[in-house]
Write a protein that binds this ligand. Structure first.
Ligand SMILES: Nc1ncnc2c1ncn2[C@@H]1O[C@H](COP(=O)(O)OP(=O)(O)OP(=O)(O)O)[C@@H](O)[C@H]1O
Ligand code: SF4
Ligand SMILES: [Mg+2]
Length: 323
């Protein structure tokens, strides 16, 4: 792990207690996010991206969720073992988070100015009058004009794009070093998606924000991310500088994801589909989880789990990497 990593996830393993017994959904996941840079985390639905993000924020109720191993180093602390009262100071203050669906994360009965001010009340002990200037400043930073007037509006009075801007304002109002954005534009139409991405880039420049960007959109990764981690069936299967991985993917799964747009993934395109299905948690073999869908599979793949091995600036977990 590089010395300048702001967030470094090491061997993270997360499971759930279910009616059929415990299942692992995230296994031995490692990646790091460098201060001021963006790491893209991609992979098909159900591969464990959101569970990983929510585990970093310690948002999953336990039980049923369990962290079975690993470390989450952030600014000198291990978030896995941080006591909950101290974790509350990290969440929303030192790490901001934006989700896919702003309507479910905003309180429909409270004016947006109050909601943003609550973050400052919690972390800075400010009352509404004290917080108001910072709230207006945060609204301006996220490109919401007429900020004074917007303060008194309710979430349902805003468009989807504006609601997502309000969520971003809440996430940055305490000036975090890290923003976790879990499919921040998926619920929005393409023009608005582009605007939100421009906003995230501008905030990154202005605030020196590091971003963990979870997305299905490879075009967004190409445009936003310096590095990339590809997740499949709960594990990281390839990681490296985004430009390197795009130019020469080594894992067959990554190659499959990139295959429909070999030259350049275009913005707004979802991950292309690869024939077959991701094996669900609890139904994964001891070998490579991609074996049933892989054109390069050999006997060894089904028997032995391929470890992440270095390839130049990146790494891939495959016995027969793409040449
Ligand atoms: N509370 C839970 N109990 C049991 N399994 C769960 C629970 N929450 C999530 N899972 C399982 O964990 C796996 C990973 O889910 P996760 O939401 O992290 O996927 P994802 O990569 O974010 O997918 P998407 O791209 O669709 O958002 C899924 O198989 C899901 O069914
Ligand atoms: S380890 Fe084998 S099955 Fe898995 S991706 Fe590599 S070649 Fe395919
Ligand atoms: Mg998700």
């Amino acid at each position: 792990m590089s010395a300048e990593a702001l967030l470094s996830v090491e061997g993270l393993t997360v499971g759930f207690n279910t009616e059929e017994g415990p299942v692992r959904v995230v296994e031995d996941v490692s990646f790091s996010v460098v201060a001021g840079e963006t790491l893209g985390l991609v992979g098909e639905s159900g591969c464990g991206k959101s569970v990983t993000a929510q585990t970093i924020m310690r948002l999953l109720p336990s039980p049923p969720a369990r962290i079975d191993g690993g470390r989450i180093r952030f600014e000198g602390e291990d978030l896995v073992v941080l006591p909950e009262p101290r974790m509350r100071k990290v969440r929303g203050d030192r790490i901001g988070m934006v989700f896919q669906e702003p309507m479910t994360s905003l309180n429909p009965t409270q004016r947006i100015g109050r909601q943003i001010a609550e973050v400052l009340a919690l972390h800075r002990g400010m009352n509404y009058t004290q917080a108001k200037e910072s709230v207006i400043d945060a609204l301006r930073k996220v490109g919401i004009g007429n900020a004074e007037r917007r303060l008194d509006q309710y979430p349902h009075e805003l468009s989807g794009g504006l609601r997502q801007r309000v969520m971003i304002a809440m996430a940055i109002v305490c000036r975090p070093k890290l923003l976790i954005a879990d499919e921040p534009t998926t619920a929005l139409d393409v023009t608005i998606q582009a605007q939100i991405m421009e906003l995230l880039k501008a905030l990154q420049r202005e605030l020196g924000l590091a971003i963990l960007l979870i997305t299905h959109d490879l075009g967004m990764v190409a445009e936003m991310c310096r590095s990339l981690a590809v997740m499949y069936a709960g594990r990281i299967v390839e990681t490296g500088p985004a430009a390197t991985v795009f130019a020469r993917p080594r894992h067959p799964y990554t190659a499959g994801l990139l295959s429909s747009s070999p030259r350049q993934a275009r913005r707004g395109e979802r991950l292309p589909s690869i024939p077959g299905l991701v094996p669900p948690p609890g139904k994964r073999s001891t070998g490579c989880s991609f074996a049933d869908r892989c054109g390069r599979v050999t006997d060894r793949c089904r028997r032995e789990l391929p470890p992440l091995a270095s390839f130049g600036a990146g790494a891939a977990a495959c016995w027969n990497p793409v040449p």
